[in-house]
Write a protein that binds this ligand. Structure first.
Ligand SMILES: Nc1ncnc2c1ncn2[C@@H]1O[C@H](COP(=O)(O)OP(=O)(O)OP(=O)(O)O)[C@@H](O)[C@H]1O
Length: 364
């Protein structure tokens, strides 16, 4: 876990539970105050000359309080650099970053009073300290009297199902539990904006579900703002109000999950037939936008044994042409259905890369 520059510096900030004023709705708080994060025209280049890399290229992004934003992109897209710019760990070459209205370039101490981050999993928890001691330690370096947030810590331990382990040294915990302790440590000081990088990595299904539920609750009930980076599209779809996709240092999409899914021009149909052989599949590939061919279906499934499924992006006229082509080839269609797009498909369409794939070369 990497702590934000402000947390590392520490210092009293007089923060306590009262900042979470639960009598005011998130909307009221958002109306009355600047967004949690406002990034404007940020660029960052690493190195000089031919070997330099433009890691972030003129990016603007606003994150409202109490929202959960997913930051997606292939490896090397610039996500970590952008997050580090927002945390003050990396200074941008151009542009501005405002955190709760405070310009990072002007007075970082003020800007980072309410920000924290979990950038690389469970690494920075103190394994010799107990779970509760870690929470108290991280609250202290965030400038909060740990006694004033004891109730908050109890709640976090309870919700993350760590209460029984509160007095256990972290080194004795499973990997998944350590991951949950890391999250609890990030939240221990009451930061109002947190950056979480792969927060569910290595968690079993149940722990991942618990953690997602807690993130949603923190945003909804306590107005916590979360920027979450993950290659796991299931996590993103499950918890994020909005998704920002980056590729080659730029934002290529910024919308709700629902809008990204419906906005895609993926009218993909899946046609199943035992009459589709390799030759026909090849000729369909030449004429149509074939997205995938699956042969040898039917083993224990609903399709006839030996069937082939072809997925084709085809709407309107193209769909009629496809049906004509199949009829002319003497194909008896067993099933035809629309393929519901998944976030992963949108990601592939927009970035040209699978989530978690190796980076492609990038010119300076
Ligand atoms: N300190 C640095 N010095 C030189 N190049 C860097 C540095 N940090 C990042 N880069 C380069 O900037 C580009 C963006 O990297 P960044 O880590 O921001 O991408 P990312 O989207 O977070 O990738 P990942 O998903 O793999 O973490 C990459 O080409 C990377 O090699």
């Amino acid at each position: 876990m990497a702590r934000s520059a402000a947390s590392e510096r520490g210092g009293p900030r007089g923060r306590d539970e009262s900042r979470f004023d639960e009598s005011r709705s998130n909307d009221e708080q958002a109306d009355a105050s600047p967004p949690a994060l406002a990034i404007e025209g940020v660029s960052k280049r690493f190195g000089d000359g031919d070997d330099s890399v433009l890691a972030v290229d003129d990016v603007s992004l606003t994150v409202e309080r109490g929202s959960i934003v997913g930051l997606l992109g292939p490896n090397g897209a610039g996500k970590t650099t952008l997050i580090k710019c927002a945390l003050g760990i990396v200074l941008p070459d151009a542009g501005s970053v405002r955190v709760f209205g405070a310009d990072v370039g002007d007075g970082r101490r003020a800007a980072y009073a309410n920000v924290d981050a979990m950038l690389e999993g469970a690494r920075n928890d103190y394994w010799r300290l107990t779970v509760r001691e870690n929470l108290r330690y991280f609250a202290t370096i965030a400038g909060v009297d740990p006694d004033s947030v004891r109730a908050r810590h109890d709640r976090l331990l309870d919700r993350l199902e760590l209460t029984e382990k509160a007095d256990t040294p972290v080194r004795e915990l499973s990997r998944g539990m350590k991951q949950k302790v890391s999250l609890a440590s990030v939240l221990a000081g009451g930061a109002e904006l947190v950056f979480l990088d792969e927060p569910t990595l290595g968690l079993d299904v149940e722990s991942s579900r618990t953690l997602r539920r807690e993130l949603r609750r923190l945003a909804r009930e306590e107005g916590l703002t979360i920027v979450l980076s993950s290659h796991d599209m299931g996590v993103i779809e499950d918890v994020c109000d909005r998704v920002v996709m980056m590729a080659n240092g730029r934002i290529v999409a910024d919308d709700t999950v629902a809008a990204l899914l419906t906005g895609t021009d993926r009218d993909v149909v899946r046609v199943v037939s035992a009459d589709i052989d390799d030759a026909l599949a090849a000729s369909l590939r030449e004429r149509f936008d074939v997205r995938g061919v699956e042969t040898g279906l039917g083993e224990g499934g609903r399709d006839r044994p030996g069937s082939t499924a072809v997925e084709v992006a085809a709407a309107g006229d193209a769909l009629y042409e496809l049906m004509d082509a199949l009829r002319e080839a003497g194909v008896t269609v067993e099933a035809i259905e629309t393929v519901r797009p998944e976030l992963e498909d949108v990601f592939v369409d927009l970035t040209g890369t699978e989530p978690g794939a190796e980076p492609r070369g990038r010119s300076p």
